[in-house]
Write a protein that binds this ligand. Sequence first.
Ligand SMILES: [Zn+2]
Ligand SMILES: [Zn+2]
Length: 548
Amino acid sequence: MEKPIRIIPLGGLGEIGKNCLVLEWDQQLLVIDAGIIFPEESVYGVDLVAPDFSYILERKDRVVGVILTHGHEDHIGALPILLDKIDAPVYGTPLTLGLARHKLEDAGVKEFRLFPVEAGGTLHTGPYSLRFVHVCHSIPDGVGLIIETPGGTIVHTGDFKIDQTPVDAIPTQLELFALYGKDTLLLLSDSTNVDREGYSISEKEVGEKLEVIFFRAQGRIFIATFASHIHRIQQILYLSQRFGRKVIFAGKRLEENTLIAQRLGYLHVPPDLVIPLSRMRDYPDEELTIITTGSQGEPMSVLYRVASGEHKQLKIREGDTVIISSRPVPGNERAIARILNQLFMAGAQVFYQEIAPVHTSGHAHREELKLIINLIKPRFFMPLHGEFLHLVFHSQLAKRLGIPRERIILAQNGDVVELNGKGFSVVEHLDTEDVMVSGKGVGDIGPQILRERIRMSRFGTVVVLILLAPQEPRLVAPPMVIARGLSEEGEAMEKELQGLVEELLETQPQLLEDPEELKETVQRALKRHLGKSLNRRPLIIPLVARPQ
Ligand SMILES: [Zn+2]
Ligand SMILES: [Zn+2]
């Protein structure tokens, strides 16, 4: 019997982030992307979230390759976590691998094997033959994939848009999709912007809008964008050169990324254009452009610190022009609005996407998505890279373009989809759990720790220390209570709780015989008391010590 192709999304479905898809034919695994997602503000102390790689780790000797479609965090961010556990060759275009290498070295991963493949080039690994197809996106050197497997051809668009006038003059290679995507069994396509009609505007048009702003600006120009948006940065560099402005990169990520892109030939930095921040005072305001990160309102970013007046060297003043050259990632709107308010208050003239087209998306709008489906005419269709509503919209779109409902795969993270020429089925659903990264810890935070963190930050912490005499059921000192984050009247509160514990020990002296029972009783009593008196549920930590 014909062996099916197995398609296992480990991340990226029902969310925009932590993309990771496993293809498996005859038990040989091809991993496409290993990304992360940034948690919402409300996730306590979790820096980022990675996919659950258990399925891959259980089969780590059968991974024939990890393919990276492009260098965004939601596609390469979890690579250090994956390569810490498996030894597999990694393939991607030169810029993608340049950024991946930096990330791996930064994370202290000692051994890894990176193999560059040029866009347009091919790769054979295990039973798979791949062709890397150049696609336009908000980072250079992105690719879609045409993957020939013994079970049929699979086309993966990667994150893409169809830009007819890209900054590097290399449009999406539609001709390769048309030529090699014939007889495609399955199309996997980017769903991010399926709810936006028409076509995305070209990156060049953003440059034209920026040009008008540069023309009018009288003082300094601050411009915030993603540190990986090399083409946007390129346009800003050229505009600055034309208008006689020096450029300052304010932000570590910006400096690192532009250096990598420049070294690999993806960014042209005219000589003597870029100056360090320390030389800012040597130039009048109208001769300065300051490129910053923080377009998403991230609290540690340069833009945030500039807007809130916390940045040492950079203060906004009247006459400054500030351009937020990005679109808020859902969830960041409020943080960005706060920054906009602060910038206006400081007297800056501010441009952002809602009032001027100073940004365009890197993801295809609906008409571009239709074009790809009609060009490939796949037998089966599976939407990727989107929240669930995007995946549903994209499925409906495919259906309208003539793909019958029974050949549309609306999957979820953890689904194990088996596909052959005749049909598909979800044969299993993996029990996947998000891997949370906090500081240097990977996966050491689970639901229990999160619950504790939430309690501590919402209600505070109470520590009760009870010292028992050695071998005797009596106290050697009165119980001690330390309350933190609970009430401004901390001392009074501690006294009150101490009294409560003392009373408890007086009425139930038998508790002194059993430290475990004592701990539980104290915890229950304090919980009940604080619940009743304050309606708060702090983390309560009873300690009972009995010196030997
Ligand atoms: Zn991307
Ligand atoms: Zn993406």
